[in-house]
Ligand binder design. Structure first.
Ligand SMILES: Cc1ncc(COP(=O)(O)O)c(C=O)c1O
Length: 366
């Protein structure tokens, strides 16, 4: 007997589009008959992880028959020391998307409103819908968050606001003054998740460190990750920092073993490798310049970005993307973000960036 399992789900889940995962490089190479494909599609660190993280994984491997430390003692202690916060303020996640989900699940009941910007991270509307919340997408201004409009969009029915700084996929960012003014406008009964997945890449002096705002705004949750600058995306480890009472709530819905032991060991080691972080940021800075110079040469508009990725306007992005794929270059079309004319490209190694630019030039017939 066939069981219509979809009809058994909650209404929010029923309307979710099925997840279409990106293809692994090997699969794509086989499909397109290309070799040496390069992937500049998921904002990963092209240098890979710190060698110290790899050594820590190898050292931890013989112990994987045991459950991980459910309290994440060592990683919380290392984070607390590095970030100058108390371990009680930290919630560990299986990637930062995990802690973002905890925040939504704790505070958003069916029918509650969740405010975020147009062109913001795709997970926010999906998550909101899955738990039966109502997405309030606020039109962007110059591709970035329109903070005044977002503050105006908060109503008595709003439970959560997502602010992404810098934003993915646009790479736009909010300065200290504007973010501060915005947070002051948000009633303290509304939780603000400040998503800082790309925090470590930003070098502008006016870029605010969300952690410095926690004392003034007890409704704030700052989410960060080891997936980007630390090069540990495959291990899935991220965290949030908030007031201790808020962290206590987040930890109540957290499955106790959500972060595995290899990931925690690697994360502790990665935190201690400042040199790798410095190299990663420098490589990103130079790679960003290389791409932007290439876009300028081709006369292509792009959205100035402070992340490890940049959106370039190529016209019919789906067609250009296909042409790039046939040349073994994988980037990210962003039509699902309401940006059908752009492609998002992750900053790669110098020769990867050069290969992308050459393939783009050919694809555009320039
Ligand atoms: C803005 C933003 N937030 C959160 C995440 C989630 O990253 P992870 O779950 O790997 O920490 C991403 C990943 O691309 C992102 O771009």
């Amino acid at each position: 007997m066939d069981l219509d399992v979809l009809s058994l789900t909650t209404p929010g889940v029923r309307r979710l589009a099925p997840y279409v995962p990106g293809k692994p490089i090997e699969e794509l190479e086989r499909e397109l008959g290309v070799t040496n494909a390069i992937k500049l599609a998921s904002n990963e660190n092209p240098l890979g992880p710190s060698p110290m993280a790899i050594a820590a994984i190898q050292k931890a491997m013989p112990d994987i028959a045991r459950y991980p430390d459910g309290g994440g003692f060592a990683l919380k202690r290392a984070l607390a020391a590095k970030l100058k916060v108390a371990p009680e303020q930290i919630t560990l996640g299986n990637g930062s998307s995990d802690v973002i989900e905890f925040a939504a699940r704790i505070f958003v009941a069916p029918g509650d409103e969740v405010v975020f910007s147009q062109h913001a991270f795709a997970m926010y509307p999906i998550l909101t819908q899955a738990i039966g919340g109502r997405s309030v997408e606020v039109p962007a201004r110059d591709w970035g968050h329109d903070l005044d409009a977002m503050a105006m969009a908060v109503t008595a029915g709003t439970k959560l606001v997502f602010v992404t700084n810098p934003n993915n996929p646009t790479g736009t960012w909010l300065n200290r003054t504007d973010l501060n003014r915005f947070l002051k406008q948000i009633p303290s009964r509304v939780i603000v998740v400040l998503d800082e997945a790309y925090f470590e890449y930003v070098e502008h002096p006016d870029y605010p460190d969300g952690l410095t705002l926690l004392n003034e705004f007890p409704n704030l949750v700052v989410a960060r990750t080891f997936s980007k600058v630390y090069g540990l995306a495959g291990l899935r480890v991220g965290y949030s920092v908030s007031s201790a009472p808020l962290a206590d709530l987040l930890n109540r819905v957290r499955p106790p073993f959500n972060v595995n032991s290899l990931a925690m060991s690697a994360a502790v080691a990665a935190l201690g490798d400042d040199e790798h972080l410095r190299k990663t940021v420098a490589l990103n800075r130079d790679g960003m310049r290389q791409l932007i110079d290439g876009f300028r040469d081709m006369g292509l508009p792009f959205i100035p970005s402070v992340g490890n990725f940049v959106c370039v306007e190529v016209g019919e992005a789906a067609r250009i993307n296909d042409a790039l794929l046939r040349r073994g270059v994988i980037v990210r079309p962003v039509a699902n973000y309401g940006m059908p004319n752009h492609l998002r490209v992750t900053i790669g190694l110098p020769d990867e960036n050069a290969r992308f630019l050459a393939a783009l030039k050919t694809a555009l017939g320039r």
